[in-house]
Design a protein around this ligand. Structure first.
Ligand SMILES: CC(C)(COP(=O)([O-])OP(=O)([O-])OC[C@H]1O[C@@H](n2cnc3c(N)ncnc32)[C@H](O)[C@@H]1OP(=O)([O-])[O-])[C@@H](O)C(=O)NCCC(=O)NCCSC(=O)C[C@@](C)(O)CC(=O)[O-]
Ligand SMILES: NC(=O)C1=CN([C@@H]2O[C@H](COP(=O)(O)OP(=O)(O)OC[C@H]3O[C@@H](n4cnc5c(N)ncnc54)[C@H](OP(=O)(O)O)[C@@H]3O)[C@@H](O)[C@H]2O)C=CC1
Length: 830
């Protein structure tokens, strides 16, 4: 039999010496008992007894004592020296330098006096196993202790958190008899100053001992947290929050020390290696324990425990048992988070239930002073979190519903599209819709003229000459091929098309440009760039890689390079709008639009020093479509680069030619947020969901063309509204809450009544309805473009009978509309 022991050997309460023993062999025993079925029963009992005794005595090494100086855990335990002295005297074990040799055969062929010794040991063992305080019986051997067998039969890796007695019991039934075993007596690193579970503990879901738990409880002020529980429950409870008020409020509110993002370990620690390695406590056993404690009760409908949270150590035990976490109440899980036993950002994995994890995190966030009361209005139920996990968002507490409007049909390249737009800016969808309406007669034509996502790392050389050398090296076609080979190997779809180096002293910015199939491609190209840089480094050992992104990419920041070179998809779109549509649908004229476009979008933007902003509101349309379709919304920065051009067209120049040039539409139909079902549904509406299996990249290109065509529609409509002086009017109609307005109107009415009855009102509030409204009406009237008010109604060339019925005087009278929506006498919207 081979027993390896690494232990702190206690003598008189002080760690006296450390013994590491390795008993060389018990091959014969190992051999004959390798099968659990062929050993004699008496040997089995002896072996069992042997292990029980050794196991019990192993407590003599219990390392916590060396820190405490007092044996608080095992007050009645015999002195370790005396036990081992006795065992040595009887020849059961022998000391040889730093080794302890256990004579298994002597243990098996036992004499009468030896039996006396063993009986005493057995009595103590039985007492420990069955009559001691139950909780003590489950105390840890040590933080790091393990039991391993070195037999060919099997290997057991046991986490600590199980007492020697319990360990023994477990081991006996499986491994000990007839197999070579290593005793579970390893050194421990417990110090009173380090009560927080170590990374390895957490990885193994390792419980801490009572002492540590006590320290944790104090340190994290869990008592206060418990008091707070009812308070935040009250705060969080709302008809749809799903949080029950199970306990009355204690009234005592003390902020607790919890941080939602608080963590110190890698993402994998909670769900890691417990497969078969962690010793699980039986369900029935833990249940009995909970019942004995009689602190909580089981909610029959949810199957969870409610009421006063149970002690932390019981919760830990439950947490480690099969399905035990399902029995824990939310409050108990929160206690485990606060004790840093579960990282708050891994709640979903810890409770094995995505929605419950989110719900518990909401409760936690409610405990934060500043967010208290805010979360109930953020919905979280009935959402498919499976796609969010590990892909789209972390520390989830719910989702933000954004209204989705639809603009269209948008006639583009002979096809009709309905464009989903997620926005809270009233008027935007209406405006884009009007633009689409204006394109119906002739449609929009679009073309992708360039394609290539970019990533530009910054590297540094010892001097500028060396940087120049590298730059020239990259310019050689065979070197490009070498780099490309490495880059392309990183993906099935990413294909390097260009390397564009830019030098600045001894810095070199290597702008890698690649096609990325149907994906927007930032992850893909970053991966490829990392690989490609290795090639460069192989040739230039003195090259320092400062960062994978050196801002010449340029991602999510305004820059001239994207405007000039393009990024993502470069698209141009155009349309001809017949004169009658310009006048009837857009309520303006081609001449007014062309004039305004030059003044505003070209001269105005130039005067502002704009880069890529030669448009009215491309960003509005781009962002709304991006949010609806699961694009990275921050990429609206470059994607909105756009130059809008308007020119007179047709024989008499009364038709309008409009075009939008957008060199950097960064979009994709696969990856990122496109995988979320609602966002994917929006892409589906456009017929571009996911990867194009026949022609990879085609879906993303089509999507980019749709974005550009929708921008064209938005540009046309807003410019028309500006030319006609309708901007304010339309926004007051579509972009202001009627509920808010009527509330203000009621307030004002009450104030007016007071004036009429002679109540004095401060000057600032004493405007009369007539005066303010007149002011607004007058102001808007003065903004009217002459063409709009004098336009005559003509039949729509597209054949819309509805248009013929329209009358400018009734539809577009700014005074009437303004009066209608500016019922607030004190309106300052002038
Ligand atoms: C609001 C409109 C469209 C009214 O325009 P209108 O001509 O008074 O409306 P209409 O009732 O005569 O209808 C014309 C067409 O508009 C559409 N339409 C009309 N109403 C709706 C509606 N409720 N929902 C959906 N579609 C609507 C619809 O297509 C309709 O055709 P129909 O289908 O009836 O044959 C117009 O006045 C307009 O486009 N205003 C401009 C609003 C706008 O573009 N806002 C964008 C935000 S502005 C901003 O944020 C950027 C800025 C301004 O700061 C940038 C800069 O510096 O320039
Ligand atoms: N890392 C960064 O620097 C940045 C990342 N982002 C984020 O990156 C995410 C988007 O990255 P992105 O690379 O677009 O997407 P993904 O990281 O999801 O990569 C796309 C995946 O789809 C696979 N794929 C299957 N079919 C196709 C196809 N037809 N065309 C293209 N790929 C296909 C690719 O295969 P394969 O494995 O063979 O390539 C790849 O695994 C977004 O969440 C965005 O917010 C945004 C900005 C910067």
């Amino acid at each position: 039999m081979s027993i390896s022991v690494t232990s702190y050997y206690k003598r008189n309460g002080v760690c006296a010496r450390r013994r590491k023993s390795s008993v060389t062999s018990m091959k014969s025993v190992s051999k004959s008992y390798s099968s659990p079925n062929n050993y004699p029963l008496s040997y089995g009992f002896r072996g069992l007894f042997l292990m029980a005794v050794v196991s019990y005595y192993s407590r003599a090494f219990y390392p916590i004592e060396e820190h405490n100086g007092v044996n608080t855990i095992f007050p009645s335990k015999p002195n370790a020296d005396s036990i081992f002295g006795t065992l040595e005297a009887y020849g059961f074990i022998s000391f040889n330098g730093t080794k302890i040799t256990v004579d298994a055969f002597r243990w098996i062929s036992i004499s009468v006096d030896q039996l006396v010794v063993l009986s005493v040991a057995a009595a103590l063992t039985v007492r420990y196993l069955f009559f001691d305080d139950k909780a003590d019986g489950f105390r840890t051997v040590s933080e790091e202790s393990t039991i391993t067998t070195t037999t060919t039969v099997n290997t057991v890796y046991m986490d600590s958190g199980i007492s020697a007695g319990a360990t023994t019991a477990q081991t006996l039934t499986n491994n000990v008899i007839g197999i070579t075993a290593c005793a579970p007596l390893s050194s421990a690193n417990i110090t009173t100053s380090a009560p927080v579970p170590t990374p390895s503990q957490r990885r193994r879901k390792m419980p801490v001992n009572a002492k540590e738990i006590e320290i944790l409880l104090n340190r994290n002020k869990l008592c206060e947290a418990k008091n707070n529980m009812s308070d935040y429950q009250d705060t969080c409870s709302s008809p749809d929050s799903g949080i029950s008020k199970s306990r009355p409020s204690s009234g005592s509110v003390t902020p607790i020390t919890f941080s939602i993002g608080d963590h110190s370990e890698s993402d994998d620690e909670v769900d890691s290696e417990d497969s078969g390695l962690t010793m699980k406590t039986e369900n029935a056993e833990t249940q009995t324990m909970s019942e004995n404690l009689n602190l909580s009760r089981k909610d029959e409908t949810s199957g969870r425990w409610t009421g006063t949270p149970r002690p932390l150590e019981d919760c830990i035990t439950l947490y480690h048992s099969d399905d035990g976490v399902k029995q824990l109440s939310d409050e108990e899980v929160i206690n485990l988070v606060n004790a840093k036993y579960i990282p708050a950002y891994q709640l979903e994995k810890a409770v094995q239930d995505l929605e419950r994890g989110v719900a518990i995190r909401r409760k936690l966030s409610c405990m934060q002073k500043d967010v208290k009361g805010a979360t109930p209005d953020i919905p979280y139920k009935n959402y498919d979190y499976t796609m969010v996990q590990g892909a789209c968002c972390e520390n989830v507490i719910g989702y933000i519903p954004i209204p989705v409007g639809i603009a269209g049909p948008l006639k583009m390249d002979g096809k009709l599209h309905y464009v989903p737009m997620a926005t809270t800016e009233g008027c935007l969808v209406a405006s884009t819709n009007r633009g689409c309406r204006a394109f119906m007669p002739n449609g929009v034509r679009t073309r992708v003229v360039h394609e290539g996502m970019s990533r530009a790392p910054v590297v540094r050389f010892p001097d500028a000459m060396r940087a120049a050398e590298a730059m020239l090296w990259l310019g050689e076609s065979e070197n490009f091929e070498e780099v490309k080979q490495r880059f392309d190997a990183s993906s099935r779809f990413a294909r390097l098309t260009k390397i564009h180096p830019r030098i600045a002293g001894r810095y070199l910015f290597v702008r890698f440009v690649a096609k990325t199939g149907d994906a927007m491609g930032m992850n893909m190209i970053s991966k490829g760039t990392e690989m490609a840089l290795q090639v460069l480094q192989n040739h230039f050992h003195d090259m320092e890689i400062l960062a994978l992104s050196g801002n010449v990419c340029t991602d999510k920041k305004p820059s001239a390079i994207n405007w000039l070179e393009g990024r993502g998809k470069s698209v141009v779109s155009e349309a001809i709008v017949p004169a009658n549509v310009v006048e009837n649908v857009l309520k303006t004229t081609t001449a007014a639009l062309v004039e305004l476009n030059i003044a505003k979008n070209l001269v105005g933007s130039a005067a502002a020093g704009s880069i890529g902003g030669f448009n009215a509101h491309a960003a509005n349309i781009v962002t709304a479509i991006y949010i609806a379709c699961g694009q990275d919304p921050a990429q609206n920065v470059c994607s909105s680069n756009c130059m809008t051009i308007m020119e007179p067209s047709g024989v008499d120049g009364r038709d309008l030619f409009i075009s939008c040039t957008m060199p950097s539409i960064e979009c994709g139909t696969i990856g990122g947020g496109t995988i979320l079902p609602p966002q994917a549904a929006c892409l589906e509406m456009l017929g571009v969901k996911g990867a194009n299996t026949v022609n990879p990249g085609e879906n993303a290109r089509t999507f980019a063309r749709i974005v550009s065509a929708a921008v064209l529609a938005g540009e046309l409509s807003l410019m028309s509204a500006l030319a006609a002086g309708h901007l304010v009017r339309s926004h007051l109609k579509h972009n202001r809450s009627a509920t808010l307005l009527s509330a203000i109107a009621l307030e004002q009415q009450a104030a007016n009544t007071k004036i009429a009855s002679g109540t004095t009102i401060p000057d600032s509030q004493s405007h009369t309805s007539t005066t303010s409204s007149d002011k607004v009406a007058q102001s808007i009237k003065s903004n009217l473009a002459p063409v709009s008010s004098s336009a005559t109604l003509k039949p729509d060339s597209a054949g819309s009978g509805d248009m013929i019925k329209r009358s400018l005087s009734s539809k577009s009278s700014p005074v009437i509309t303004t009066m209608e929506f500016l019922s607030v006498p004190d309106c300052k919207q002038t």
